[in-house]
Design a protein around this ligand. Structure first.
Ligand code: NDP
Ligand code: MG
Ligand code: MG
Length: 341
């Protein structure tokens, strides 16, 4: 059984006694900064000059500094810029300004696991990785709940790195839901695999193929949208509540029988072989290299794929339908305008 931590296992006063710099104010950055502040922690946000995020952080009453100035003041530096820029932000603005013995904290292990950042030996290197999107990390905290977190320590120079990691996790609300002890390697490899094979890549492709199959067979796109995309949430909610078994219990016997006979036909054993190949490319660094090399070249592959995805007919159908669904929060402008804060 994994080692779990809850609120009673952590001492909030440890993080309350540190000066914390949160670098980046996007999806995770805004959630960490606001949750820390509401937990009584002395927090400042570090952003590049001219950053679009400055106004958002200041509107919340947070102190904003340049990355270098925020780091100079801090006992704990929380690196929450996008993974692909962390290496250059660390080299240019963090490492030269880091107080001797200041700790580093990550929300995902990518740059440590693949060697893009190599911290000094005298720094504690921690991870508190929420297992959910930043906006939910903030919303759950504000509602008195939390999103589960993974905790890891890569370097324990002070001998007290675990106590600091647990204290931080408590301050952002993660230990209300529970923290699991892991390593940077396990978190990074499982996180990349989960998002590629199941949560983002797998689910998106499954939804698109389902939609395409129905539309190409002559069914109405609106009906296909409801069947293959909208209802997915209802099914996933049941899985979260009671596993796959509760989903099968709640649907009709017809749907349950179809699940057993057609599920393995659609997702056949070759899919598992493909998943193993994807995991292999994560473990051997090929995925990380492809992502970072493309980003370093100005992200031509990434931008082309994003554009192609946006052109899929399911998106146009969904945009029109969501306007008619009063109960679905209208957020289309949020994600067509760039940064996720
Ligand atoms: P975002 O893309 O949301 O971060 C954007 C923020 O970073 C903006 O404030 C942006 O400023 C700032 N930024 C970008 N470049 C720089 C720079 N060169 N110097 C200073 N600030 C910069 O990141 P995420 O929150 O998605 O990811 C942050 C970390 O958290 C990653 O390690 C990720 O893997 C991890 N993570 C993310 C999750 C999520 O829910 N998104 C879930 C779990 C972990 P500007 O406004 O100027 O663009
Ligand atoms: Mg991830
Ligand atoms: Mg149905």
């Amino acid at each position: 059984m994994a080692e779990m931590f809850y609120d009673d296992d952590a001492d909030l006063s440890i993080i309350q006694g540190r000066k914390v710099a949160v670098i980046g104010y996007g999806s995770q950055g805004h959630a960490h900064a606001l949750n820390l502040r509401d937990s009584g922690v002395d927090v400042r946000v570090g952003l590049a000059e001219g950053s679009k995020s400055i106004a958002k952080a200041e509107a919340e009453g947070l102190t904003v500094r340049t990355v270098g100035d925020a780091v100079k003041e801090a006992d704990l530096v929380v690196i929450l810029t996008p993974d692909q820029v962390q290496r250059s932000v660390y080299a240019n603005d963090i490492q030269p300004n880091l107080k001797d013995g200041a700790a580093l904290l990550f929300g995902h292990g990518f740059n440590i696991r693949f060697g893009y950042i190599k911290p000094e030996a005298n720094a504690d290197v921690l991870m508190v990785a929420p297992k959910g999107p930043g906006h939910i990390v903030r919303r759950e905290f504000a509602d008195g709940r939390g999103v589960p977190v993974l905790l890891a320590v890569e370097q324990d120079a002070s001998g007290a790195a675990w106590d600091l990691a647990k204290s931080y996790a408590k301050a952002i609300g993660g230990l209300r839901a529970g923290g699991i002890r892991t390593t940077f390697t396990e978190e990074t490899e499982t996180d990349l695999f989960g998002e590629q094979a199941v949560l983002c890549g797998g689910a998106s492709q499954l939804v698109m193929y389902g939609f395409e199959t129905l539309v190409e067979a002559g069914y109405q796109p609106e009906v296909a949208y409801f069947e293959c995309l909208h209802e997915l949430k209802l099914i996933v909610d049941l899985m979260i509540e009671g596993g796959i078994a509760k989903q099968r219990w709640s649907v009709s016997d017809t749907a349950e029988y179809g699940d057993y006979v057609s599920g393995p036909r659609v997702i056949d054993p070759s899919v598992k072989e493909n998943m193993k190949a994807v995991l292999g490319d994560i473990q051997n660094g090929a995925f990380a290299k492809r992502f970072i090399d493309d980003q370093d070249a100005g992200a031509p592959e990434f931008k082309a794929l994003r554009e192609k995805g946006a052109q899929h007919p399911i998106e146009a159908t969904g945009r029109e339908l969501r306007k008619l669904m009063a109960w679905v929060k209208q957020t289309d402008s949020d994600y067509t305008e760039g940064s996720a804060a």
